[in-house]
Design a protein around this ligand. Structure first.
Ligand SMILES: [Zn+2]
Length: 402
């Protein structure tokens, strides 16, 4: 291949990537004229690209659209089952697998509790079994699947992006996560932090659809944020951007699992909330109380539980104020079991945030609950595959072009 033909194929891949982004993210039904307007590509180029997509089966011509003068345009429609995408959300204490189509419809999913933190290899073995079972349930073989996305409940190692920073999960130290799955699935694979995966899911299918920058805050045992800036995940220099749970909000506050004092996570993370309720109500720390129990009792009028949740909301609001001051995203999306507390939490979050962000006019930054709820991270793991597959370097494989 000479220099010129390399350039031509590179340009074709970049243009295809652009067209696919529009078809997948904006409008699954469009015309060649719409594509010209949206991508600023010439009519000849768009026609050539559409021919490639028609031949591959990615789109089909489905009818005649609205005329805006002149010939009525033919509508192109994305074929959502052109490829499927598979994801697995490895949480702190669960494994959730999911298959989605190209419109984000959930085709199959499987989930079970698992002691992920303490059992690295056993976790990945179980993930493999669940993925295999899910493919059987969906009657899909791997030739129909574009790739596999894996999300993990820890930041990726900045230097070695194939493993995680195992600070809280020592059993995972040094493990090349995707290597545990490669022998069983001959697919492109992508590894991502859970909050980043959730952010990608909301950007593609949830409340973040209209936005180019967003913060997705995952509130669980730990608290982390996925930052999407200009449509891409922002990881920072060493991969630890978005570790909002470890921002200090009380300089002499309580000890956090990271070793520092006064981290937001130690007040807003589930263990901190449970401990507060137990100590203030004189309940033994060994009692099997869950965050669902705490929220249910608060909704039934238990004042201590309500106060603890409101305090957590205020601390979360402070952390969000700091985030808005630094990053200024268009929208902040909150996800996690604690969101079941509803207004009693959200009112404190918003008022505490607004107190600290007056100069920003932060009232224009919506703080909303995730639309995808408990599915967000698994869906994001699957969506990563689509997000990556339409990048120029993967597009030929995705469209089965040579
Ligand atoms: Zn901390």
């Amino acid at each position: 291949m000479n220099f010129q033909s390399v350039n031509v194929s590179l340009i074709r891949e970049q243009n295809l990537s652009l067209v696919l982004q529009y078809l997948l993210q904006n409008s699954p039904q469009t015309s060649r004229t719409d594509l010209m307007r949206l991508t600023h590509l010439s009519g000849t180029t768009v026609s050539a690209l559409v021919n490639i997509l028609l031949n591959s089966g990615f789109v089909s011509e489905t009818g005649v659209g609205e005329s805006i003068g002149g010939r009525r345009p033919i509508t192109l429609e994305l074929n959502p089952t052109f490829a499927y995408s598979m994801g697995v959300d490895i949480g702190a204490s669960h494994i959730t697998c999911m298959i989605i189509d190209l419109k984000g419809n959930v085709v199959a999913s499987l989930s079970e509790p698992f002691d992920v933190i303490h059992k690295a290899h056993a976790t990945m073995k179980r993930a493999k079994e669940l993925l295999t079972r899910m493919l059987e349930i969906a009657h899909l073989d791997l030739s129909r699947v574009a790739g596999l996305g894996v999300s993990i409940p820890a930041p990726l190692d900045g230097e070695k992006q194939d493993r995680l920073l195992a600070f809280y999960m020592p059993d995972w130290e040094g493990m090349v996560v995707l290597d545990e799955l490669r022998p069983f699935f001959d697919l492109p694979m992508f590894l991502e932090n859970d909050a980043n995966a959730g952010g990608i899911a909301e950007k593609w299918w949830g409340v973040g659809r209209q936005h180019h920058s967003l913060a997705f805050i995952k509130l669980g045992v730990g608290v982390g944020a996925g930052l999407i800036i200009n449509d891409e995940i922002y990881r920072g220099f060493a991969g630890s951007a978005g570790e909002i749970g470890h921002t200090t909000i009380e300089s002499k506050g309580r000890l956090c699992r990271c070793g520092n004092r006064g981290c937001m996570e130690s007040y807003v993370g589930i263990p901190g909330i449970l401990k507060d309720v137990q100590s203030r109500r004189g309940i033994s720390e060994s009692s099997l109380m869950t965050i669902e129990d705490v929220i249910a009792a608060a909704k039934n009028g238990e004042p201590v539980n309500t106060e603890v949740l409101q305090t957590a909301g205020r601390y979360l609001g402070i952390a969000i104020a700091n985030l808005l001051n630094l990053v200024n995203p268009e929208i902040v999306i909150l996800n996690g079991y604690i969101m079941d507390a509803g207004d009693m939490l959200m009112q404190e979050v918003v008022s505490s945030m607004l107190e600290r962000t007056l100069p920003l006019r932060a009232e224009f930054t919506p703080i909303v609950a995730s639309r995808l709820g408990r599915d967000a991270v698994a869906m994001g793991a699957a969506t990563l595959v689509i997000h990556q597959s339409i990048q120029p370097e993967y597009i030929n494989r995705f469209l089965h072009l040579t």
